[in-house]
Design a protein around this ligand. Sequence first.
Ligand SMILES: NC(=O)c1ccc[n+]([C@@H]2O[C@H](COP(=O)([O-])OP(=O)(O)OC[C@H]3O[C@@H](n4cnc5c(N)ncnc54)[C@H](O)[C@@H]3O)[C@@H](O)[C@H]2O)c1
Ligand SMILES: [Zn+2]
Ligand SMILES: [Zn+2]
Length: 342
Amino acid sequence: MRALVFDSFGGPLEVREVAAPEPPQGGVVVRVAASGICRSDWHAWQGHDPDVVLPHVPGHELAGTVAAVGAGVQRWAVGDRVTVPFVNACGVCAQCAEGQHQVCARQTQPGFTHWGSLAEYVSLEAADVNLVAVPEELDLATAAALGCRYATAFRAVVQVGRVRAGDWVAVHGCGGVGLSAVQIAAAAGARVIGVDVAAGALALARDLGAEHTLDGSGDVPAAIAQLTGGGAHLSLDSLGAAVTCTNSVRSLRPRGRHVQVGLLPPAQGRPEVPMDRVIALELQVLGSHGMAAHAYPAMLGLIAAGRLDPRPLITRRISLDDAAAALADVGSQPGIAVVTSF
Ligand SMILES: NC(=O)c1ccc[n+]([C@@H]2O[C@H](COP(=O)([O-])OP(=O)(O)OC[C@H]3O[C@@H](n4cnc5c(N)ncnc54)[C@H](O)[C@@H]3O)[C@@H](O)[C@H]2O)c1
Ligand SMILES: [Zn+2]
Ligand SMILES: [Zn+2]
């Protein structure tokens, strides 16, 4: 099969023929119809993820059709249209037993713990626990975004961030995760402020429901305090950088909630979180990691009802041959790029 491969961290990304995977016990092989280019793929390529073994095929934000079914799989058959949360849970560990599959102790992740979906085929573990059927009315390019960034934003805003109608929500970094968060928070009745350094990203944030947008290179906490009369109720770092993490915490009003979604690999330096402020204002500092497959029906229901619409987030459909450039340059153009031809 054709796949995007790298042999060294930060080194050349090239499309080449590699062996196609076999379905693992309890798992499936999916023929990839669409794979989004997420900043986490860039982190994998840069060597920020200790799970990645070289040579490696990145890609984890996918949708496609089941091509082969491993022994013991009950719920899925060849031809089923599916997506999958990038955290593939084991289904049996203590975290999974409590329904917290997104922090499974024995999780696998395509594109990190094994070869990923920037390829014609990808193997996925524990299919009965993790696969999500893609509704008829959703095209597979849009469904790919549900495998990582749209679902991650849904959990961050709704489940971890506990957004309420009327809340001020600040979103620091309006890329794939951030724009999804803007739309989801606005649909929940929140008043959203999008922050980015790119004019195109801010324009798309306004289209997706942001009431205000701010240039991230200014004094962001001060501007948010002024717009909101005292700070945001909920604020997300949806880039993963010292500046956006610190700005997000500093953007909050008393008892506000910060949700960290952007990855902060130690190699990039630790952000300075003002813990004095966390105490004095009783702030909540929360992490959010993907979303369990069993939590998808609530999100899919809102999509089916027309309350959420991930389609406008997909701004570019590209081929596998263009994936290397898109991965190296992730975040440089507004919206989500999805590989749809392999
Ligand atoms: N926690 C999770 O489960 C999870 C899931 C998916 C992605 N992630 C992580 O979330 C982060 C975002 O991923 P993405 O694919 O949406 O990224 P992206 O590259 O699409 O978007 C990043 C955005 O941040 C903007 N930006 C750059 N500097 C900025 C600054 N100083 N202030 C404000 N905005 C700035 C960029 O212009 C861009 O629009 C990454 O770290 C990714 O690895 C985490
Ligand atoms: Zn991702
Ligand atoms: Zn588990």
